[in-house]
Design a binder for this molecule. Sequence first.
Ligand SMILES: C[S@@+](CC[C@H](N)C(=O)[O-])C[C@H]1O[C@@H](n2cnc3c(N)ncnc32)[C@H](O)[C@@H]1O
Length: 272
Amino acid sequence: MSITYEEFKREASRLCGTDLFLYKSQQMDRRIHALMSFWGISDYDEYLNVLKTNASRYQEFVKRLTINVSEFFRNPDRFMELWEKILPELLQRPGLVRIWSAGCSNGAEPYSVAIILNELKALDRAVILATDIDQEILEKARKGLYYANEVKSLPPDLREKYFQKEGDFFAFSPELKRRVDFKKHNLLLDPFPQEQDLVICRNVVIYFTEEAKNKLYREFNQALRMGGYLLTGGTEPILYYRQYGFENVSLSFYQKRGLPQPEEEVLRRSLP
Ligand SMILES: C[S@@+](CC[C@H](N)C(=O)[O-])C[C@H]1O[C@@H](n2cnc3c(N)ncnc32)[C@H](O)[C@@H]1O
């Protein structure tokens, strides 16, 4: 008798090094089963075996489960606010500005930030870390080669200035490319980089359960310096931001202001 779906999901989680139960089950289950029927696999034992023995199918599995659609200056209003308000404010602080694009996909997000920093003449003042769980998409990001449809969201003057046509591709400026440090990182498992001034995590948590999001927001808060910002996706407002130590400063921007005092702590301090 073949293993159950639950057992398959548990084993596949172990194999991928990420807990598939922390992703919203409806979407996750749909994607897992879509691949299963696409590959003509009839039971979960066989499915698991394919993932263990066939490297390209394993890669495809990870990729399909963690869809990596992205674009340059995605939701331009948010990038304009970064450009005109948030980054200039962070740049007024002493020392290097640490920026982390978490779930960076093909690099369009951290490279958009690099473009803004260059326009602000502040590339030397910042460190940009870009992470994703998907090794394959990170390799694409490091190459910085994009098809025409992947750069169409860029304002034409910026596309002209920062991309060189190379055959079928638009190649991102090597000088700016060097400024982004791409690393593999699983948001549900790995320790978070600390002392960040700006964390950009957009269109990633939509796939996570409430429990996983809860943990993530706390960890993002800890990863930030006091007064640092978290930028979320347009459809990912944080409802109870104060409980994670944030203030909502504008649409999608949350500033670290410290955690509210737990009631017991306030009580203990007021006792003689
Ligand atoms: C839809 S893309 C978002 C890309 C970019 N942030 C944007 O908004 O354009 C989601 C990315 O999250 C990544 N991802 C999914 N689960 C992850 C996890 N547990 N840890 C790190 N990255 C993850 C996927 O590989 C994918 O590249």
